[in-house]
Structure formats: C-alpha cells, structure tokens
Design a binder for this molecule. Sequence first.
Ligand SMILES: [Zn+2]
Length: 242
Amino acid sequence: MSVEPTKMPVPSAEQFSKHLALLCRLVSRSGWSDLGASHMSVRVGSNNGFLINPRGHFLGDINPDMLLHSGLDSPGCRNKSDFEASVGVETHSEIYASRLDVHCIIHTHTTASIAVATQREGLRMYSIHAAMFYQRLGFYRAKIGENEAKAWTQALKTYNAMLLCHHGMLVCGRNAPEAFVRLHLLQKACEEQLACQNSGAEYFTLDSDLCTAISEQTERRLSDHANTVWGGLISSLGVTFK
Ligand SMILES: [Zn+2]
C-alpha cells in the first residue's frame, strides 16, 4: 500500500505557496469549502514544515501571501498566534511527521462524504470511482478524550484517503495536483453511491477482482493524470499570482 517516490519535478518555495493558493480556490469553486472551514496544506522543503490556509478566510479569496507557514521565520508566516489558531495544524503536523511520502493534505466536509462516511458499511463498490479506493481507504470515528491528530494519522494508515464518520473526508498526495484529483474522485464515488441508494432500483456491486485491478491501475496512473489536468484546472480559474 505504500506510495512510490514521485517522479514529478519538485516545485520551488514560491511555487508551493502558489499551488496551495490555487488549490484553495479550486476547492472553493467546486463548492467544497464549507464557508472556509475546510483546510489544506503543502509540505515545504525536506523537513515537516508546511503551508496551510489561514482560519477565517474564504478559500476563494486566498492569495499566496495569506498562507501560514509552520516555520515561524519563514515568508508567509504572519505571527505565531495566527499559525496556532489555524484549524487543522496539529493534524497536518502529525500526518507529515509520520508519512514522509505525503506532501499535500486536504480535509473537507462535503455533504456526500459525510453521508457515506456515516453509513455502517461505508463506501460501497457501486462505481469505478469507488473501486479506485478499494482497500485503500482509512476510516475514523471520533472517541471522546483521544488525541484527534494522532487518531486521524493512525486511521489513515498508509493510505492516501480516509472517510471521517459524521465529519467528511481527508485525502493526501505527493503534490497539490494529485491530492486535488484524489479529492475529486472520492467525492464522485460518494455522490454516485448516494445516487444509487436514492434511485430506489436494485444495483450491482463490482467484483472484488475488478476492484483490485481498478485500484492498482489508479495508483499507477493517478500522478500522471493529475499532472495532465492540473494546467487546465488552473487556467480555468482565470487567476495569475505574481
Ligand atoms: Zn473537519
């Protein structure tokens, strides 16, 4: 289940902040921002430092210079209290520290992901998008009194996606394009499951062998696919950061 090292070029420090700002805007345009409560980050450099979106700002308004940096002396960090107050900092820190293959994290509260995450059987194999996550999907259900950051990290295991019961989903990637495409795919899988269940009709479930094949193929091809569509996604936003 472990992720192979990326073959994609490593962005410069300036590109990291642009990628994250664009990622925020893409999530917003998709309707997944939850009034700015969603949070996303990108790892910067070779240590566990990262950029994350600031609390209290709509994702559609995020610019690179608004992002918060985990290193207090780094560009983009406005002050310590800003960073500590940013939603999700502890969780992102914990995941980056334990998962060196992860370079981007997105957490959202979409209606479809909450609706599926809260079902007892979770994500069912009703669509090819669901099969892309076959045996590659973590699950977390909150327990009172536990350290949430550590619990999320343990529930994620070595996967790059996780459903959070009553709460939403979290995806990871080796870069922003990969994480966004994974978010898109999991969101589609959840919407498709709800569509099947709401149709009132009987439906088939994909065979496990086919699910395995689809899941393995997705892992092999996702990075290239994400790299290919990222340029078009950015162009469609119609924004250029200097
Ligand atoms: Zn949340």
